[in-house]
Design a protein around this ligand. Structure first.
Ligand code: PLP
Length: 291
């Protein structure tokens, strides 16, 4: 839902996506619904951090659809059991929880896959963050809302992690011939790595869905990492604390307040305040309630 704040500033409310707790991971997960059911998968193996919006969406999806679910979680078992937010929601699902050091994730996912196979189930291996063609397609489709609105942004800003939301938006802009530039604020990874991932995934999406590769201008900045995933500075904290009164949305320090801070800094530095700006609010309110 496109929510205008002023004549030159709007927020795309992906948080109000009405399934699986909302946000971009819920949208990506629901994009796989048809694929999973039509292929008869009855188990999913995936991974994420203990406050992962992706794991939350998958856990709810599986519980709702009676599908077995194994989550390989990193970030500490003690933290997982003491925190609220997504961890609390995941605890209330029936998912099998496998705690892992980051280095052992793929080994543990493979093991969970073979355990399901041995049990006679048909498991689907879901890449972290829901980085799939179907997930990207969901964002191509959302851009239709923007293209048909009377708010055509000069710039779109969003929090980027795997980059698949940003790549999907870029492919959607190409498909619907919208000229917006898309600026990703990295929440944890290096600029060059995400930009490469986005280029590659954009190309794959365009090939798969027959979209002309018009290559809108895009960039990912890692200037606002504050030392890494889950880290933030006092300005980000202040944005987060004031977000509900100022903008009517909850911005969390891991993703959206970090992106919002980056956006504000970039607007200031480059004199973009007269441009039409769309902040793509990717959801993640549960991260605000994590600790
Ligand atoms: C995962 C996540 C992102 C990043 O999305 P990617 O498609 O992985 O780049 C941004 N915001 C929130 C709230 C998220 O959960």
């Amino acid at each position: 839902m496109l929510h205008p704040i002023t004549d030159t500033f709007a927020i795309y409310r992906d948080d109000v996506y009405p399934y699986l707790g909302g946000g971009n991971k819920a949208r990506k997960m629901m994009a796989l619904d048809h694929f999973i059911k039509s292929n008869g998968y009855n188990a999913i193996v995936t991974t994420g951090a203990i406050q992962s919006n992706h794991c939350r969406a998958v856990a709810i999806y599986c519980k709702k659809n009676n599908i077995a679910c194994a989550l390989v979680l990193h970030g500490g078992e003690d933290n997982f059991y003491s925190q609220g937010g997504n961890a609390k929601i995941i605890r209330s699902s029936d998912s099998k929880l496998i705690f892992s050091q980051p280095i052992d994730i793929s080994k543990k996912m493979d093991k969970a896959m073979s355990d399901y196979n041995i049990k006679g189930l048909k498991p689907y291996y879901l890449v972290g963050s829901g980085h799939t063609l179907e997930g990207g397609k969901a964002y191509i489709d959302v851009v239709k809302d923007i293209a048909s609105s009377d708010f055509i942004p000069d710039y779109i800003f969003l929090a980027s992690g795997s980059g698949s939301t940003q790549a999907g938006i870029l492919a959607g802009l190409s498909k619907y011939n919208v000229q917006s530039k898309v600026i990703g604020i990295s929440v944890g990874r290096k600029k060059s790595i995400i930009e490469n991932d986005i280029k590659r995934f954009y190309g794959k999406l365009c090939d798969e869905y027959q979209i002309p590769k018009t290559y809108n201008e895009f960039v990912v900045t890692d200037d606002f990492l504050c030392q890494g995933y889950d880290k933030y500075n006092p300005e980000i904290k202040t944005i987060s604390e004031n977000s509900l009164t100022k903008y009517g949305v909850i911005l969390d320090t891991t993703y959206t307040a970090k992106a919002f801070y980056g956006m504000e800094q970039i607007i200031l530095k480059n004199n973009l305040s007269s441009k039409k700006i769309l902040f793509w609010y990717t959801g993640g309110i549960y991260n605000y309630f994590a600790k």
